[in-house]
Structures are given as C-alpha cells and as structure tokens.
Design a protein around this ligand. Structure first.
Ligand code: SF4
Length: 343
C-alpha cells in the first residue's frame, strides 16, 4: 500500500523550496488548491504528479530563456477586453480571470487571480457586441480564467446572449472545474448547460489519471447527462505526465468516462515554468509510442502554440517521408518502412 505523505500542522510540503521563497512565489502568482485537489494528491511532495501541478515551487521565481508574460500572444489578438480573436471562425470569450485552482504552469499566470477577476458588465456587453458584429464567428469558446467559476445565473445570461446571435453555432467551454472542484457541477449549472439551444462542447483540463477521483468522475457523468459533448485537453509536463505509460492510462480512463482526448499541449513558455518543460523531440517520441498503442478515439493531437501569437499547429510525429515525386516511405507502428507511390 502506498504511503501517504500529506502535510499537517507539524510539517510542510516536501521538495518545493523554503518557506520564505515560497511566500515570494505566492506574492507574484496566485495560489489556490481545493479540497478535491488535495484529496487527489497521494503526497504533498514534488514527486507527486498532482501536488506538482498545484503547489508553488521556488523555481517559479526563475525566468527562463524565451519566457514571456504573454507566451501565446493573446494581447496581439484582443480587439476588445475579454475577447481573443486569433482564427476567423472562432473567438475566446473570457468572462472571468479567476480559477478554482491555480496551475503552476499556467500560460495566463500573469493575468489570472488578479484584482479585476470578473469582466465588468459593460465590458462583457462590448465583448458580446464584438461577436454579434462578425458573422464569420461560428464558435465561441468560454475560457479565462475558468468560466465554470461563474454562478449559474451569470453563465445563463451569457448563454442567452450567445443563443440570440444567429451566426454562433457552437458554445465551447474550457474548464478545470470538473476535476479540480467537482462540487461546482451542481444541478443549477447542469440545467443551464442542458437548456442551451446550441450544442455545448466542454473541454475538461486534466493531466494525470490520479486527478480523476470518484467525485470528478461523478461530475463528468453529470455533464454528459446534461448533453455536453466532452473533450479533454492536457498539457505535457515534466515530472507529471511526460511518459507514454502515464498518458496511456490517462487517455484510456477518459475514454471510459465518455471524454474524447482532444489536445495534448506542448507547454508554453510562461514565466517561471522551465522546470515543467519537455523538448519537442521528447514530446514527439512519446506521441510516436502512443500512436502504436492507442486507437484514434483514445489519442489526442499533440499541439504547439507558436510563441508570439501565430496560433496552434499539430506537431504529431510524421510517419511519411518523401521518396521522390508522388512517392513516400511510410513507417508502420512497428517501425518498419514501406514504399507507397501514387498511381
Ligand atoms: S485553470 Fe486554466 S487559467 Fe486557471 S490557472 Fe489553471 S491553466 Fe491557468
């Protein structure tokens, strides 16, 4: 049986640095852990894959090479407050910049958990006007912060406004809440989601199977019952999930819970997160192994957000190599190469 090493009043989390430096981390970046996350930890120690995601670490005080406050260039694509419009057919709408928990590798860590945490009514109205004014926008992605931190009443108001915009076809929600704070998935919230006149896709943010506690599973079942199409997004994180076995376990568990693994993100260059970063070559090798083991239903797409605001691209390993005009060498899942020529 595993030894549980959780802190009590006589000890502190292990391996994250000394108390004085940790206070400096907390002064710079928001810190919050829910009882659900605490329960998901097997040890409040840096070698625990859940603790490592949420407990502050003094290495966050070190700004690494290439790290910036806005690693994916949101600012360059924000025409009005609360909107990021990077791709023609979809926008991010960010009604809240606070979260149930604060992930130590967050790419918006310079913005979340600050004073103006909820978009004021007049700015929300201007953001909705922006969406109303562009008929190319087919999909609105509620992001943040975490949109499921909002009250069901406030969320219902946003849904109503989006439902009245004819060219918006899909509402998507990105949230950590179903796993990190499952008690927030209430009947009232599910009623809002179920009552939506437009399809609701919900991308659950989860990085390790250990986070899928009994309560998290129940929350996902409720969301499925409320008619949400469930997807997952994960971040590839050193010391958390940077091996094929760990990710295989996570993705298989998600599929059993009716959640389609959607994206595996290469970690962004957010300030103070170098200790989480794997190389692109390491990530591609993990995906190469997973391609051999998992069906397409279980396998997410490995994505890189190009620094500077140039958008996301798939960086899955390529098994196709040119062998002349209209001819290719194609590698099978066992690593054997086959010649394929276009007739
Ligand atoms: S829930 Fe999302 S926005 Fe909030 S801290 Fe975690 S990664 Fe960042």
């Amino acid at each position: 049986m595993m030894t549980v090493r959780k802190p009590n009043k006589n000890n502190r989390p292990e391996g994250f640095g000394d108390a004085e430096d940790l206070n400096r981390v907390a002064a710079r970046y928001a810190v919050r852990v829910t009882p659900a996350v605490y329960e998901a930890m097997q040890a409040a120690a840096a070698d625990d894959p859940v603790a490592r995601q949420y407990l502050p670490d003094t290495r966050e005080l070190e700004d690494g090479a290439g790290e910036t406050p806005d690693p994916i260039g949101d600012g360059a694509h924000s025409p009005v407050s609360g909107i990021v419009h990077r791709y023609p057919d979809r926008v991010l709408l960010m009604p809240a910049l606070h979260c149930a928990v604060y992930c130590r590798y967050c790419f918006r860590r310079e913005k979340v958990g600050r004073d103006e945490a909820v978009l004021p009514d007049e700015k929300l109205a201007a953001a909705l006007d922006y969406i109303r004014g562009d008929e190319n926008i087919k999909e609105v992605i509620l992001s943040g912060g975490d949109p499921l931190i909002l009250s069901p009443r406030r969320l219902a108001g946003i849904f109503t406004a989006l439902e009245e915009i004819a060219h918006v076809e899909i509402i998507r929600i990105h949230s950590r809440v179903p796993v990190a704070d499952p008690q927030r998935i209430t009947k009232q919230l599910c009623a809002v989601l179920e009552g939506s006149a437009k399809p609701v896709y919900l991308a659950v943010h989860v990085n390790h199977a250990q986070e899928l506690t009994r309560d998290a599973e129940k929350s996902l079942k409720k969301l499925h019952a409320a008619g949400c199409v469930l997807l997952s997004q994960s971040v590839l994180l050193k010391g958390v999930n940077d091996d094929a076995d760990t990710l295989e376990t996570l993705f298989r568990a998600l599929v059993r819970l009716r959640v389609k693994p959607y994206y595996l993100h290469h970690p962004d260059r957010a300030a103070g997160t170098a200790h989480f970063r794997v190389t692109l070559a390491e990530g591609r090798e993990i995906m190469r192994i997973l391609q051999s083991r998992l069906s397409g239903i279980c396998r997410p797409v490995y994505m890189l957000d190009i620094p500077g605001g140039y958008g996301k691209v798939a960086v899955d390993p390529c098994r196709l190599h040119s062998a002349g005009k209209n001819a290719y060498h194609i590698e099978d899942i066992h690593g054997n190469t086959h010649f394929y020529a276009q007739e």
